[in-house]
Write a protein that binds this ligand. Structure first.
Ligand code: PMP
Length: 361
């Protein structure tokens, strides 16, 4: 526990607590609500008594729907070889995956900046987080990844579209990473929670080219269901079996009602929301691109912006004094030169925030 540290983000929230009616561009969740079709199914599930434990691996109908999705996307047809596990959010999947695969001393590679949970969970398992820098353009550099590989490297975590940078990896980059992983026989954990939010190119998963991929996806971001705690995992059977066993002794199962709702959500077309976020992404890039030298983010709903003056904590403190809440980069990185702005906010709020940031710069 001594290796876990939440001081960076806590400082920001302490500052934020003093703000009255802040322009909040710090939030890591969509500003749209759960689709009505999913809400209706959840309400019916509650009323009809569908309120008990489910199978540990999750409801069969939902797993079947996910298997169908993977058959369409990857051509996978053998659920024996690659079973499905419904998890309590992608966070639940990450915890099970990392506790299952990482032994004390094992090294786990991921891009820096990164989603904070990766380093904390690797530490929790006694492993060694190995962040590999991707500044200034946040592209994955296969040579740098190759240099970071040692005989203790156990796993490579990918996250595209990425939190906090909004980077979307290209097919070429993913194929190169797959080749590298194959040469070293590495397990790849691919966190694809933002798969729906790709603005300039179709989403691509490394699972298409690499057999030893442990795939995690969720419903939190795609369907605005962050509070419903629902995600899923699929990958090589020996790993999925152990993750399922660990779920049995920890989470037991994902929320039963959310499992039914997630199945209904899969039929909802979220394109209008994705289009709205593409437009917000453009608003951010138009406002900050030149002034801040912002690399255009291609997905998720974040921009990772270099802080004028080079000291993100200082700049974020100034932004907060001016009622704009964003997160300093050192929460996500070994560097403190950038800040994360979430554009999952109403246009008016976003516009106001962008104007203030520009004025500050
Ligand atoms: N992975 C990434 C990259 C995320 O940004 C998040 C949420 N912030 C998660 C996983 C976890 O999401 P959840 O547990 O709600 O599915």
């Amino acid at each position: 526990m001594r290796l876990l540290d939440a001081s960076g983000i806590r400082k920001v929230f302490d500052l934020a607590a003093k703000m009255t009616d802040p322009i909040n561009l710090s939030i890591g969740q969509p500003d749209f609500d759960v689709p009505d079709a999913a809400k209706d199914v959840a309400i019916r599930a509650i009323r009809s008594g569908d309120n008990k434990y489910t199978q540990t691996q999750g409801k069969a109908e939902l797993r079947q729907a996910l298997a169908n999705l993977c058959r369409r996307e990857f051509g996978w047809s053998d659920a024996e070889k690659r079973p499905y596990l419904i998890t309590s959010g992608v966070s639940g999947g990450l915890l099970l995956a990392i506790l299952t695969t990482v032994n004390p001393g094992d090294e786990v590679l991921f891009a820096d900046p990164y989603f904070v949970m990766y380093s904390h969970l690797v530490n929790l398992a006694g492993g060694v987080p190995v962040p590999v820098g991707t500044y200034p353009d946040f592209r994955p550099d296969v040579n740098k990844l190759a240099d970071a590989i040692t005989d203790r490297t156990r796993m490579l975590i990918l996250n595209s579209p990425a939190n906090p940078t909004g980077a979307v990896y290209t097919e070429r980059e993913l194929r190169d990473i797959a080749d590298l992983a194959a040469r070293h026989d590495l397990l790849v954990l691919s966190d694809e929670i933002y798969d729906l939010f790709c603005y300039d190119q179709p989403f691509a998963s490394i699972a298409k080219w690499y057999e030893k991929t442990l795939l995690l996806r969720g419903f939190s971001k795609s369907y605005g269901m962050t509070g419903w705690r629902i995600g899923w995992a699929t990958g090589p059977a020996p790993i999925l079996e152990k993750m399922t066993m660990l779920q049995q002794y920890t989470f037991v199962c994902a929320p039963s009602i959310a499992q039914s709702a997630a199945l209904a959500a899969m039929d909802v077309d979220m394109t209008p929301h994705v289009n709205a976020y593409r437009r917000k992404r453009d608003m951010v890039f138009d406002a900050l691109g030149e002034t801040f030298g912002l690399v255009k983010p291609g997905g998720a709903f974040y921009a990772f912006v270099s802080a004028p003056g080079g000291d993100a904590t200082k700049f974020v403190a100034r932004a907060i004094e001016n009622n704009v809440l964003v997160i300093p980069g050192n929460v996500f990185s070994s560097r403190d030169t950038h800040f994360r702005l979430s554009y999952a906010a109403a246009d008016e709020t976003l516009q106001k925030g962008l104007e203030i940031l520009r004025a500050l710069a």
